[in-house]
Design a protein around this ligand. Structure first.
Ligand code: 6PG
Length: 470
């Protein structure tokens, strides 16, 4: 019987949750997993949804179970396993069938796979899926890339399973080739930055203000009712509240953060594009430094611990909230500027307001502020978020809080790399006359690289410091 609406390969946590979500929305789904027992257990444990699930033991059976033209979602480990599955599927599929890679692929790989698909078939979509296990099961945010016609073919299913913001599905086609996976990578970069800024503020409260985890949880809960309302603030309150054998859970978790590499990809890509995303860079750097546990301990033994208890009243919770608001706006301004740079370089025409909209629900960085960002980008996407009137107002109000928190942190040894990077970028972006004239003079001095002058037209001009004097 070839009556399944779609197929899925890979019944790991994310794949299994996505398959249940698809079945629940009324689409019959054929599933395949390398371990056959897992495939059958999956159906056996699917309860009411079992009739919508077709377990298959071989890839040929999977293909045979799906209505042509077929669409098959790959939910396997990013990298080589995706290429291996495509190679195995290619001889089994017809030219107009469609493979959808829903893992966290590097968008360059997706571009390559899309080009190979155009040459050899079948069709190929690269799809960023955000929201973790819960999102996959009940409504993720979906960022698609590939041919629009292929997206349109499966969008009724993708929109049905996605998260909704006031009824609008958070499932959007971003552009050709790797565009969807690129947008997902930027999402993850911002995810790293949001998490790092929250961790920095937590550090000020814990180390600088001597607050307990429970007291910190109450602050995050309170902020979650205001402009900072977001999934990450909400879960930060929840984790700060949790206990383990009477102790705060946070106090027994090792301070060494993992990473699968998507944040790093974002930073590497930004460097390639000469786009400035210092808040995200600082967040990736901080994860790297967190891994140097032994070195950090040796440093503390030699120099003494940096974080100092702050004099009472020096930092207020209001200033911390403002620092977080300003840091967040600056981080997103950088993230969207990176998207603009990539869109231009790769000729993608990425839909900025739609990206803000697709991130409003379902994904890890979902927040109220993203709705305001979508509105600001709809009004005028070309001026960037920092200069959008709504955020100019927010930055004027919250910028002083960021400055005071960063300066107090520096004076008292509380490391705030992401917040500091946001502030430095902000100050650079409102400096009409920078110090790059010095860099140009140095470059010309040692390498005759030439410069432009303020008082005369022309390029490749030289200074009076050697054989290149004009
Ligand atoms: C999401 C997340 C997810 C990511 C994890 C872990 O949007 O659902 O971004 O895709 O893989 O958050 O990422 P790290 O291991 O790199 O922290």
């Amino acid at each position: 019987m070839n009556d399944a609406n779609i197929g899925l390969i890979g019944l790991g946590t994310m794949g299994a949750m996505l398959a249940l979500n698809i079945a629940e929305k009324g689409f019959k789904i054929a599933v395949f997993n390398r371990t056959t027992a897992k495939t059958h257990d999956f159906k056996a444990n699917a309860g009411d949804l079992a009739p919508m699930i077709v377990p298959t033991d071989t890839l040929a059976d999977l293909v045979a179970a799906i209505k042509p033209p077929r669409a098959i979602i790959l939910m396997v480990t990013a990298g080589a396993p995706v290429d291996e599955e495509i190679e195995k599927l290619r001889p089994l599929l017809a030219k107009d069938d469609l493979i959808i890679d829903a893992g966290n692929a590097n968008f360059h790989d997706t571009d390559r796979r899309a080009a190979e698909a155009a040459e050899k078939g079948p069709h190929f979509l690269g799809m960023g899926v955000s929201g973790g296990e819960e999102g996959a099961r009940h409504g993720p945010s979906i960022m698609g890339g590939g041919d629009k016609a292929d997206w349109d073919r499966v969008s009724p299913i993708l929109e049905a399973i996605s998260a909704k913001h006031d009824g609008t599905p958070c499932a959007t086609w971003m552009g050709p080739g790797g565009a969807g996976h690129f947008v997902k990578a930027v999402h993850n970069g911002i995810e790293y930055a949001d998490m790092q800024m929250i961790a920095e503020i937590y550090g000020v409260m814990r180390d600088g203000m001597g607050m307990t985890a429970a007291a910190i949880a109450a602050v995050f809960d309170d902020w979650n009712k205001g402009p900072l309302q977001s999934y990450l603030i909400e879960i930060s309150a929840a984790v700060a509240k949790a206990t383990d054998g009477g102790k705060p859970m946070l106090d027994v978790i090792l301070d060494k953060a993992g990473q699968k590499g998507t944040g790093r990809w974002t930073v590497i890509e930004a460097q390639q594009l000469a786009a400035a995303i210092p808040v995200i860079e600082a967040a990736v750097m901080a994860r790297n430094v967190s891994g140097s546990l032994d070195e950090r301990k040796k440093g503390e033994a030699v120099f003494g611990a940096a974080p100092q208890v702050l004099p009472k009243g020096l930092v207020t919770l209001k200033a911390l909230e403002q620092a977080m608001i300003a840091g967040k706006i600056l981080c997103y301004a950088q993230g969207f500027a990176l998207i603009v740079a990539a869109s231009k370089e790769f000729k993608w025409d990425l839909p900025l307001p739609a990206i803000a909209r697709v991130w409003r629900e379902g994904c890890i960085i979902r927040s109220t502020m993203l709705n305001d960002m979508a509105t600001a980008l709809e009004e005028d996407a070309s001026r960037g978020l920092m200069l959008a009137p709504y955020f100019v107002g927010h930055l004027k109000a919250s910028g002083p809080g960021l400055r005071s928190v960063v300066s107090i942190g520096a004076a008292h040894g509380l490391p705030l790399p992401a917040l500091s990077a946001g502030l430095a970028w902000f100050d650079m972006m409102r400096t009409g006359r920078s110090t790059a004239n010095m860099i140009q003079a140095q470059r010309d001095f040692f390498g005759a690289h030439g410069f432009e002058r303020l008082d005369k037209p022309g390029v490749g001009l030289h200074g009076p410091w050697g054989g290149h004097a004009m």
